[in-house]
Design a protein around this ligand. Structure first.
Ligand SMILES: [Zn+2]
Ligand SMILES: [Zn+2]
Ligand SMILES: [Zn+2]
Length: 101
């Protein structure tokens, strides 16, 4: 089933900003899952992660749609609509995702 919303025309092909959550890598914090902003390529972490950088990025930037990114799974999430959307493509990862043990 294909799901789209009013923000869908803003979905772009993006280049990921980092191998893992950009902001967690800076502070050495672990994350649970990664989310990729489909407006600007910001890589953030999910709401199960301690720092919730993907949500923070949405609140700071207003960029509405993120992609599940660990690995790319082809689904998207629209924050303002609170719903899953079907993305036209998957963003390739730049390289191995840094892992914390
Ligand atoms: Zn939307
Ligand atoms: Zn993070
Ligand atoms: Zn963004």
């Amino acid at each position: 089933m294909t799901r789209i919303c009013d923000h869908f025309s803003g979905v772009r092909k993006v280049t990921p900003s980092a191998l893992g959550c950009e902001d967690c890598l800076k502070i050495g914090s672990p994350w649970v899952h990664l989310r990729l902003c489909r407006t600007c390529g910001h890589v953030g972490c999910c709401d199960d992660s301690p720092n919730r950088h993907a949500s923070a990025h949405y609140h700071n930037s207003g960029h509405p749609i993120i992609e599940g990114y660990d690995p790319p799974e082809g689904w998207g999430w629209c924050y303002p609509d609170n719903m899953f959307v079907t993305l036209p493509d998957r963003t390739a990862q730049l390289g191995p995702i840094p892992k914390f043990d």
